[in-house]
Each structure stands twice: as C-alpha cells, then as structure tokens.
Design a protein around this ligand. Structure first.
Ligand SMILES: C[S@@+](CC[C@H](N)C(=O)[O-])C[C@H]1O[C@@H](n2cnc3c(N)ncnc32)[C@H](O)[C@@H]1O
Length: 299
C-alpha cells in the first residue's frame, strides 16, 4: 500500500454569505487552515479598517493531515453551503512551506542608499541603509510599485534634520526609511490600528526610536503640533482619499514644503493634480506600470 501524503486539501465553491459557517464547520471537523480565494476574478478595492470583504463566489480550500479518512467528512458537509461537492481530497506532498514562502521575498534596492531586506536573508550591501521588513498584516513591503516609487523619491531627497510625514503609513516602511535616511522627526498616520502597531514594531526592529518616528491615528492630538511644519509629506493611499485629504495634507506642509502622492493610476492623475492646485502644483515625476507618482511644492 502506498504511503499516505503528508497533507490533503478539500476544495469547494461557496457563496459569500455561506463562507463563514462553512469555514467554522471545517475547523470544527479538523481543518488545520482554511484559505479563501476569488472564484471569479472579481477585484476588491482597499478595505476599510476592520473590514474583511469577500468576493461573491469564493473558492474555499481546507487543509487536513494526510492520514485522516476524509470520505465521511466530505459526505457530511452541509449541502446548502457549497455549490460543488468534490469526490475526493487532493493529496499534497510535504514541502518546506516556510522556505517556499520566504523565497518569494528578496532584498530590493530602492535608489542609491536604501535597501529593503527580508529579515531571513543577509543584506547584500552591509554598508547601505538596510531596512529589515517582513511581510505582515499591514500594507507596505516594498514589492508594490507605489511603495517602491515613494522609497526611491525618499532615497534621493531626504536630508538630515528634515521633518517628514508618512500619511497612510501601513507597515511604516516610508516613515522608517525617512528616519534611517536622516530625517530628525517622522510622523506616521494611519486609520487602521493594526498599521499603528505594525509601524511601531517595524520601527523598533530597525533601531528607529519613538522620538524619531511616532505613528498615530488621524484623530490624535499629536497631528496638530505638526501643522505647517513638515519639510515633506508623503502619502501612498488611493486617488479618492488623496483628494479628500487635501486640507489635512497641505495643512501639515511648511511654506515651500514638498508633497508626494502615490496610490493613483495614470488616468486619475489629472483629477488629483486639479484638486491640489493652486496650493501645491503637482506633476507626474515617476511611473511604474499604470501607477504614477505626483510631487510638488507648497507655495
Ligand atoms: C497603500 S497603503 C500604503 C502603506 C505604506 N505607506 C506604503 O507606502 O507601502 C495605504 C495605507 O493608508 C491607510 N489609509 C487609507 N485611508 C486612510 C485615511 N483616510 N487616513 C489615514 N490612513 C488611511 C490604509 O490603512 C493603509 O495602511
């Protein structure tokens, strides 16, 4: 008799409304993990804090130990929750999952001085400014084109002693880069409490002190103390929030201060540029795929 596979998976298609009870049921019946994927290539826009949006049709994959007999379980999955019932489990060979996941993230050079490195690989250039950052719950590992464009702009422009704001800080990657590139003081802002936690943890892991970089929610009293005093405000969010945040972002800038905006598509650039004129005359200064980077100075 052949040896049992190390792991096995069951795949189902479910409607959005049935995913939660199905997921709970699978965990109660021995699933080690349940993964949700889009069954119909339906894009989801950036969720609000605490929201976990789902596609209308979801592909649900449940992972089980290989030695379990899943036939009775397969027959018992409540039919109301699934649109298809697989006839058998899919066996999976044992693999070094952690290593496979890690192999997707590599050190990335972001301009002349800066590298973003996962913590599990030695920095290729030990003399560079190396930011150690692992993928986590908050957005911002450097792999997204919008983050990469902001990092390259910071690398080229942050001078020592500057006051920098990272609005929509996510993992804190831009603010931490600003601090490591020489900024004296960096303010991170995010409306997701998870991002505030991640930013502080990542800052500490990179030797950036709370005196150099502090991340807060948008209603924090600290923000008012920064009014009219930032040399540079960087915000990588989305076109809609960037337009809505105009009074907040321009209010943080000192006269002549620089504003850099990312998270918008080429076709949205005109709308954002018009929203900020005449206080800040923005122009496209970089482009990656369909994403553009806007930058300009306050009057
Ligand atoms: C695309 S991520 C950017 C993260 C990181 N700065 C980077 O460049 O990779 C956008 C971040 O902005 C935050 N955000 C979205 N709308 C916001 C708002 N109105 N105020 C503050 N933060 C916001 C999100 O929670 C998210 O962490």
């Amino acid at each position: 008799m052949s040896e049992a596979a190390a792991w096995q998976e069951l795949h189902f298609t479910a409607r959005k409304s049935d995913v939660e009870p199905l997921e709970d049921w699978l965990f109660e019946h021995g699933a080690l993990s349940v993964t949700l994927e889009d069954e119909a290539d339906q894009p989801l826009l950036e969720p609000g804090p605490g929201e976990t949006p789902l596609w209308d049709l979801v592909r649900v994959t449940a992972l089980f130990e290989g030695a379990l007999d899943l036939k009775p379980l397969l027959a018992a999955v409540p039919g109301d929750w699934i649109l298809d019932r697989p006839t058998a489990a899919v066996p999976l060979a044992d693999r070094e999952w952690t290593r496979e996941w890690e192999s997707q993230f590599h050190p990335m050079q972001m301009g002349a001085r800066l590298w973003i490195c996962p913590s599990w690989t030695p920095p290729p250039d030990p003399d560079a400014i190396n930011i150690l950052l692992d993928p986590g719950l908050a957005f911002g590992t450097g792999t997204h084109p919008t983050t990469a464009m902001c990092l390259r702009a910071l690398d080229a422009g942050v001078g020592s002693g500057m006051r920098v704001v990272d609005y929509g800080c996510g993992s804190g990657i831009l603010g931490i880069a600003g601090a490591r590139l020489g900024a004296a003081s960096v303010l991170g802002v995010d409306n997701d409490p998870q991002a505030i936690l991640a930013s502080h943890a990542n800052a500490a892991a990179n030797g950036v002190t709370p005196a150099q970089f502090s991340a807060v929610l948008p209603d924090a009293a600290l923000i008012a103390t920064w009014a009219g005093s930032a040399d540079w405000v960087v915000a990588n969010i989305l076109a809609g929030p960037l337009v809505a945040l105009k009074p907040v972002l321009t209010g943080l800038l000192m006269p002549g201060g620089r504003l850099t905006l990312a998270g918008l598509l080429e076709k949205q650039a005109r709308e954002v540029i018009e929203a900020y004129a005449p206080e800040v005359v923005l122009a496209v200064v970089d482009q990656r795929e369909e994403w553009v980077l806007l930058s300009g100075h306050a009057a």
